[in-house]
Design a binder for this molecule. Structure first.
Ligand SMILES: Nc1ncnc2c1ncn2[C@@H]1O[C@H](COP(=O)(O)OP(=O)(O)OP(=O)(O)O)[C@@H](O)[C@H]1O
Length: 976
């Protein structure tokens, strides 16, 4: 694998306000503007944690920003209103500076202000730019207005800035020629009356050729700069001129001929140029007249959960690998082209390895190690690259491993939380997670295995050689290359002999290694290394993005850090036998989220039927409900998640977005408004991560409900920002059903006890060969081959430190409707899944006082057997008397007692007063029955009530959204 470089980390703006929001914004802009190297990235990140400035400077800075925001607010309101700009995107300080400079230069350049200070500045400005100093205030003013109104348009602002610079340069050059080409010897006064010092430097060398040369050149440059500033491509000049003419002459484009299509000769893209029709919006007005964003989630092709150099590089790497020196496949060698010899291949490998050595040394140790070559140039020259030669090479003295440089800390991020009522929240410092041991590149154990492999191939007369290996934390992958004409099967058939030779039963053969024309033999290290979560989260791969759902997965076989985005998985199945490392993985995942995401960004639901695995996280503010240990409540919580998802979908549909990220972006940009008469405060939705630590326990209590909820969530929740992580130690088909499997695309398989289990998890064998304790096969969505990783390890004390920090920032604010406490008593076993229909039957029978099975059949639309069973249940609970043949049964409960009977059936305490909702339902029932309606109508009526609650909840409590209730309302609609 090639040495990885690290592009600048991208930072998506998020909604923060107030002072820290401003700081976040500046940090964001720093990182967004950063260069391409890892070093630059680090410098930038360190710059974000500058020491606190003296108070006087802070007061002046604060006052400056205050005035900037004031002026900026005014400028944004003029004309085309852009007041919806998110606070962290504003650049009012810089804009105010431009404006102040414009006014200052104008005072002496235009209005002739005099005094020693203006005179001095004037001498400098005028002496430098000559006549162009008259135009400078205008340019600065335009820049200021752009910065006030369009600070988020970085590219546009850069374009205008560069355009003005070119214009100034060209203008000075022209002014110099027009002003009579004064020389420095004639004094500065002459230069001031022409193009200043800049004009002299720009034009005098060219004027020496001929005075027409600078005029032509700078005239052209001035014209080009004008096109740059106005973003006018050459091809668009005629239509721009025409449009300007029509505008000046007062010709109304709209009325020109009444049809925009007829004007298409004016515009390359008639639709784009057509006066924008204001889209009729259902929900409030959009300040820009359209709800469009600059980019949507749906714009991205080739999504990858794993964050590394990038998939494109991997793809080109693959093809390079096939056609490169090691490419031995017939397809890679064109007819007539000589196939490279083993010796040439080896030379290339050595060169590549040497190149890697010089490029290596990434301070964060992100680089996966290239396979260590086992040949020396001397051997190649001698033309001996047979197994014996490789064996000799295996005894090349071990490469000394340089101590890893200390990890660069990640600056702590401070956010202004909005969901939690404007709380300032600081993410845990990255040094709370300790560094792991220094990875070894090569040990004596590796050399011994190389010798054993070489011997085995010699003994069985296989013409192949061990050309290198890459050592990971748990296993080392030895690379075997075949001589031309040797069949791959000859090596794979030796798998048992290889196991025997290296004395390990866990040998895994990869044929080929993805992206390489070589066979890989993975053999466990006798000296394993632990992968610390801290190291993974401090790696360049983790720093490439600040997406809050990014987690540290571990290290791959080549020693590269594996970091993945849970939002892109978008749902994950974690499986493996007891002790294989599932819970440790789940701990690493949760700790990653706590380290990187605020409760505003990610909320979690944790289901821990084993009761002990996740208790450490109780009380963290990212939780929306206490950790659920009761499997029945867990099933209810999943149903709540479905409701939450539906509510989010309602919002997406109403406001015309396909993904919650786009919706959130639009909310932050002020493009989403509640209905005019609503008091709802719309805030971005956090991601919702639902973690189930043992799926089997849930599937035992309510298989159908759990499966239904999981399938519904997994099918739809991705766009709603809801993601599931399901862990199980029983990956059998009754737990991980076909439906669940089909909808959970990413898999993490730890060691399984059988090949059948491996097939259930991964659809392929392999997991049964893993060696446990965090050794895993990771198959993210879309990947064709599973990647072997050693899971990241986080110690219990680290978890406690992180949790303490997080809890110290903010208290958990639980919702009580996720897993209601009310249900003290369990529903009786004989009722089972029939509770809903039994309640309806009870209502029917009691309100009509008519105990007839055929009525139940008809009204509830159930079969005879079910109606009979319902009647038996009613009898056993004393609602009706015993059967009297074909006659209807006696009804023993009076309508007044209906509420108490229903509550008893639901396993609740009987209500003290008549339950208004039940009473309403009973009224409905009566009305329906009187009208010959069906019981389904009752359900429909009830659903309508709930829907109405959803629609009107925002104003229901009269809260403006500033108070605690309002802030909670903001991110969840359901259950109101
Ligand atoms: N990534 C890892 N690195 C190092 N050691 C690990 C790792 N993961 C797990 N282990 C070791 O394996 C032991 C068992 O791991 P863990 O409790 O996560 O297994 P499990 O699959 O959740 O088992 P169970 O289903 O019984 O809870 C841990 O106590 C630890 O010693």
């Amino acid at each position: 694998m090639a040495t990885r470089t690290s592009p600048a980390p991208k930072r998506t703006p998020s909604a923060k306000s107030g002072t820290s929001g401003g700081r976040g914004g500046s940090a964001a802009s720093k990182s967004a503007r950063g260069g391409a190297s890892g070093g630059t990235a680090r410098t930038r990140q360190l710059a974000a944690v500058e020491p606190r400035q003296p108070w006087l400077l802070r007061v002046i800075g604060g006052a400056w920003l205050g005035i900037g925001h004031l002026v900026g607010g005014g400028v944004r309101r003029i004309g085309h209103d852009v007041s919806g700009l998110a606070p962290e995107e504003r650049r009012d300080g810089a804009a105010l500076f431009n404006l102040a400079l414009a006014v200052f230069i104008a005072t002496f350049a235009w209005w002739g202000l005099r005094g020693w200070f203006p005179d001095t500045v004037y001498a400098v400005v005028n002496g430098t730019f000559g006549w162009m100093s008259l135009v400078l205030p205008l340019m600065l003013f335009v820049c200021a207005v752009r910065l006030f109104r369009r600070p988020d348009d970085g590219r546009g602002n850069n374009r205008v800035g560069i355009g003005f610079l070119i214009m100034t340069f060209a203008g000075c050059g022209l002014a110099h020629v027009i002003g009579g080409q004064p020389t420095v010897a004639q004094g500065f006064d002459g230069l001031r009356q022409a193009g200043g010092m800049l004009g002299f430097l720009a034009a005098s060398p060219l004027a020496a050729i001929h005075s027409a040369v600078p005029v032509a050149l700078y005239g052209l440059l001035a014209f080009v700069s004008l096109l740059i500033v106005t973003a006018t491509p050459f091809s668009a000049i005629p239509r721009r001129l025409r449009a300007a003419y029509e505008h000046l002459m007062g010709i109304d484009l709209q009325d020109h001929d009444g049809d925009v299509h007829d004007r298409s000769y004016l515009y390359e893209n008639a639709a784009a140029a057509a006066p924008k029709k204001k889209r009729k919006r259902l929900f409030g007005k959009d300040p820009e007249g359209d709800g469009r964003l600059e980019g949507y989630v749906g714009d991205e092709a080739f999504e990858h959960a794993v964050i590394d150099d990038d998939a494109a590089a991997a793809q080109s790497g693959n093809s390079a690998g096939n056609s490169g020196p090691s490419g031995q496949g017939a397809a890679a060698v064109a007819p007539g082209v000589r196939r490279p010899t083993q010796a040439e291949i080896a030379v290339e490998k050595i060169k590549a390895a040497q190149g890697l050595g010089s490029k290596g040394g990434d301070a964060d140790g992100d680089n996966a190690t290239e396979a260590i070559p086992l040949v020396t140039p001397g051997m190649v020259a001698a033309g001996s690259l047979n197994p014996a030669g490789a064996a000799a090479a295996a005894h090349v003295p071990s490469k000394p491993v340089a101590p890893a440089p200390p990890p660069t800390p990640i600056p702590q991020r401070t956010e202004q939380l909005s969901l939690a009522g404007d709380v300032t929240y600081t993410l845990p410092s990255s040094d709370m997670l300790t560094p792991g041991s220094i990875p070894k590149e090569r040990t004596e154990a590796n050399d011994a295995v190389v010798a054993a492999l070489t011997d085995t191939m010699t003994q069985f007369n296989v013409d192949a050689s061990v050309t290198g290996f890459s050592r990971g934390p748990t296993v080392t992958r030895y690379e075997i290359e075949l001589a031309p004409g040797t069949k791959v099967e000859r090596v794979t058939a030796l798998s048992k002999n290889i196991s025997y030779a290296v004395a390990s039963s866990d040998v895994r053969i990869l044929s080929p290694i993805p992206g390489k024309s070589a066979i890989g033999i993975e053999i466990p290290n006798t000296d394993r290394e632990t992968v610390s979560l801290g190291d993974v989260l401090r790696s360049q791969n983790a720093r490439r993005t600040d997406h809050p759902m990014v987690m540290g997965v571990g290290k791959d076989v080549e020693g590269g850090y594996v970091v993945a985005n849970l939002a892109k998985m978008p749902h994950l199945l974690v499986a493996g036998a007891t002790g294989a490392g599932k819970s440790s993985f789940v701990n690493s995942m949760i700790t990653s989220i706590l380290m990187r995401a605020t409760p505003d960004e990610v909320r979690m639901v944790m289901v821990d039927p084993k009761r002990v695995e996740l208790t450490a996280y109780e009380g963290v503010p990212h939780l929306i409900t206490p950790i659920i240990t009761n499997p029945k409540k867990a099933a209810e919580a999943l149903q709540w998640v479905v409701r939450e998802m539906d509510a989010r979908y309602d919002d997406l549909a109403n406001y015309g977005f396909k993904h919650i990220d786009d919706f959130n972006k639009a909310v932050r940009a002020g493009k989403v408004h509640p209905p005019v008469d609503s008091k709802r405060v719309i805030r971005p939705y956090p991601y919702l991560l639902v973690i189930v630590d043992e799926l089997a326990d849930l599937m035992m209590v309510a298989p159908r409900d759990v499966e239904d909820s999981i399938v519904r969530i997994t099918q739809l929740a991705r766009a709603a920002g809801i993601h599931l992580v399901l862990a199980t130690q029983r990956p059998s088909v009754d737990v991980v059903t076909g439906l669940i499997k089909a909808n959970v695309p990413s898999r993490m398989a730890f060691a399984t006890s059988s090949v059948t289990d491996s097939r259930v998890v991964l659809d392929q064998p392999g997991a049964e060969k893993l060696i446990g304790q965090g050794d895993a096969l990771f198959l993210p969505m879309g990947a064709s081959k599973a990647m072997r990783v050693q899971g990241a390890w986080v110690t219990e004390s680290e978890i406690h430190k992180v949790v303490e920090h997080v809890k110290g920032q903010l208290k958990a604010d639980y919702r009580d409707d996720v897993a209601p406490e009310a249900q003290k008593k369990q529903i009786d076993d004989d009722i089972g899944d029939d509770l809903e229909v039994l309640l309806q039957a009870t209502e029917l029978v009691v309100t009509t006082q008519f105990g007839s099975t055929s009525m139940l059949q008809r009204k509830l639309r159930v079969g005879f057997a079910k109606a009979g069973r319902l009647m038996d249940l009613l009898e056993s609970r004393g609602v009706v008397g015993p059967s009297e043949g074909s006659k209807a049964r006696d009804v023993l409960v009076k309508p007044d007692d209906l509420a108490a009977v229903l509550a008893a059936m639901k396993g609740q305490e009987a209500p003290a007063a008549p339950d208004s909702q039940t009473a309403a339902l009973s009224d409905n029932a009566n009305a329906n029955i009187a009208q010959g309606g069906y019981a389904e109508d009752l359900v429909a009526a009830d659903l309508d009530n709930r829907t109405q609650n959803v629609e009107y909840y925002d104003g229901a409590d009269g809260s403006s959204g500033d108070d605690e209730d309002g802030s909670e309302d903001a991110w969840s609609l359901t259950g109101r």
